[in-house]
Design a binder for this molecule. Structure first.
Ligand SMILES: Cc1cc2nc3c(=O)[nH]c(=O)nc-3n(C[C@H](O)[C@H](O)[C@H](O)COP(=O)(O)O)c2cc1C
Length: 394
């Protein structure tokens, strides 16, 4: 066995030294040569972009956990559409503008963000790293970013709040109103000022990869997550059941009446629902399709953004998530009127690969990439980024 390994290593060494390999690499199309596709960074500081951090996480995590993170609904077309949509737009840069000072900060719903990037709610983060949500909270605080804690976090919202900077709370409504009230109360007591109600989860997405690999590992459909505590449900006498198929605008009004927190709806993707949301007095909107994890065959969130921005007419901040992996992706959403973007999988890759430091690295990478394109485009502040910096590719 050892001999075979040695032979393999020798062969690899030989190939890497071989001029034939470099000749073959030179023949690759430009796009393939431009990115170090094969690199898997060993140390967090080596990671050049979010995709490399993803590879580092894939090398460390087990298959059920990888599929917990990567799976999209059905054939993953909504998830793919989210990514593809960034290519629908090209950036129009301006020249001869002093960009020696760039301001990336913005206030959203009373919270000051160092960069317009928010860590989206993600449940069960301890299945990815033992420090789970606490690591994400520490990294977000250090970077000056908001973290949205999930209803399904392993740590209790108050435990996360002790480590976090500004913390918002994401609510999955329950048909059990007493449970919904407990969750809201827990978030208020923890000092959250914004409640993010997820409205795209009245049933569960068909994530076959996630189910398949959890079962293949010999466990239940939720994989190793089934053994983890769900902190926010502790002490509740009833079953911890969330996801209410009957959730409608009336129940949304009821939720709003039960809290002093600002209310943001996560999962709005149409003009019509934006108008209804405003009529019902919401304070903000997240254009989201749950990273393509719920419904198949939806439009990309970037494609939905313009109609939501138009319908909201500047009355409430419009956030967006789904597929943001590069500073240029963020730039495009800002140019189309988003106040900030949320990221999910990128920081999970950071968490899985390097724990808190990995999450921190992802935030640094996105900050530096956004700053770079702002400098190239000649935009010195976020307010300067508008639709004139984009052109739709035909
Ligand atoms: C593993 C995983 C768990 C998630 N858990 C939640 C959750 O508990 N509540 C929620 O509202 N959204 C949840 N989401 C969706 C994210 O908040 C966000 O909408 C999505 O990840 C954004 O897309 P991106 O991963 O391409 O950045 C989850 C996403 C992932 C990948």
């Amino acid at each position: 066995m050892q001999d075979i390994d040695l032979d393999r290593r020798e062969l690899l060494g030989f190939l890497l030294r071989s001029p034939l390999l470099w000749a073959a690499a030179a023949a690759l199309p430009d796009a393939a040569r431009a990115r170090p596709e094969l690199a898997v960074p060993e140390a967090v500081s080596d990671a050049l972009d979010v995709f490399q951090i993803e590879r580092a996480a894939r090398a460390r995590l087990d298959l059920p956990t990888i599929h917990f993170i990567v799976s999209g609904a059905d054939d993953g077309k909504t998830m793919q559409a989210n990514r593809d949509a960034f290519d629908d737009w090209a950036i129009r840069v301006r020249r001869l503008i002093d960009v020696s000072r760039i301001d990336l900060s913005r206030e959203v719903l009373g919270e000051k963000l160092a960069v317009p990037v928010i860590l989206a709610p993600v449940g069960n983060q301890q299945s990815i790293h033992p420090d789970g949500e606490l690591a994400s909270a520490r990294a977000a605080k250090q970077a000056g970013q908001v973290l949205i804690g999930s209803t399904l976090s392993n740590f209790i919202v108050s435990e996360i709040a002790r480590e976090a900077g500004p913390l918002w709370f994401q609510l999955y409504a329950s048909a059990d109103r007493k449970l919904t009230e407990k969750l809201i109360g827990g978030a208020e007591e923890a000092g959250c000022r914004v409640l993010v109600l997820t409205v795209d989860s009245n049933t569960r997405g068909n994530r076959e990869g996630e189910r398949w690999w959890a079962r293949a590992a010999g466990g239940p459909a939720e994989g190793t997550r089934a053994a983890l505590r769900l902190g926010n449900f502790e002490g509740y006498p009833g079953p911890p059941r969330v996801g209410d198929a009957a959730l409608d605008w009336k129940s949304m009004d009821w939720i709003r009446s039960r809290t002093r927190m600002k209310l943001v709806l996560k999962g709005i993707v149409t003009r019509e629902d934006t108008e209804l949301a405003l009529a019902h007095g919401v304070d903000g909107i997240v254009v989201s399709n749950h990273g393509g994890r719920q419904e198949e065959s939806l439009r990309a969130t970037l494609g939905c953004l313009p109609e939501v921005v138009e319908a909201s007419a500047g009355r409430v901040p419009v956030l967006i998530d789904g597929g943001f992996r590069r500073g240029t992706d963020i730039f495009k959403a800002l140019a189309l009127g988003a106040s900030a973007v949320c990221i999910g999988r990128p920081y999970l890759w950071g968490l899985g690969a390097f724990g808190e430091e990995g999450v921190a690295r992802v935030l640094v990478i996105l900050r530096e990439e956004l700053k770079r394109i702002m400098q190239f485009a000649g935009t010195t502040s976020l307010a300067a980024i508008n639709a004139s910096y984009l052109e739709r590719r035909s």
